[in-house]
Design a protein around this ligand. Sequence first.
Ligand code: IPM
Ligand code: MN
Length: 316
Amino acid sequence: MPKIVLINGDGIGAEVIPAAHQVLAALDLPLEFVYANAGFGTFEKTGNALPDETIELCQSADSALFGATQSPMTKVDGYKSPILQLRRRFDLFANLRPAQRDAIDLLIVRENTEGMYSGRERVEEDGETAILERVITRKASERIVRAACEQARSRRSKLTIVHKANVLKETCGLFRRVALDVTAQYADLQVNELLVDTAAMVLVQDAPRFDVIVTTNLFGDILSDLAAGLTGGLGIAASANVGAGRFGVFEPVHGSAPDIAGQGIADPRAAILSAALMLDHLGYADAATKLRAVTYATPHTGSTTDTVAAILHHLN
Ligand code: IPM
Ligand code: MN
């Protein structure tokens, strides 16, 4: 029986993950659930944002459903974002972020392990200059573009490579070259490329023209919020972090929303739609399709429990 680790994390994570759990449990699938800790709160209590125990549970599990973590704006000694750690630790190199509403139905495939998230950042001795190393490798570029090509094949067979190779000649240059090489092996796909700034504009003006977008880590982070904004907001933006193996981490695109946490008003649908992505990944495609349809058709009432109740009602 597939085992799922439920990680609330911080803020509204503690509301939306139990909500998604409730909905998953109502589907009557053979799934086993176990809760585990991670997040800034866990760091404050234990000195570790991602305890070994949580990592071990994930190692023995089929998937994790992750709520949100608080990300401090300034450096906190010893704190490392648990979601970034999980992506790296389990080599979950592909971050799949679908966005759909009306005529828009697109999927952002975001590279998840390198780029500007290399962690290679430092301040020079004078304290006046900060430097970030943006790491792009052939290996990571190749596998993310391949993953995007496979996704495109299962959708409308269109792929847009997004980069900024006109300025970032080495890093984006490498990503672009590899992307063009890989996509050349997919003659069935309609492939084009866009600079990231242009892609942002075209997304706003004409998002229906996109099917799959593949891009590097930070560009994918930014464009996925833009796509979420075009299709109903962060309340319904879901994502999947997957790699070569079975284990994946599924998480709403939204953050911990400390301003509304604890009030019972958080929109649980992004977490529930992330659970639907998880069901797809685990091979429960019919349940996933049904859950997605019901969740998209259910407005958020402003109360987490009422929205969950409405979804449960429509599921039955
Ligand atoms: C996301 C988030 C994370 C990211 C943060 C919380 C580290 O914004 O999943 O999009 O930047 O990847
Ligand atoms: Mn983000």
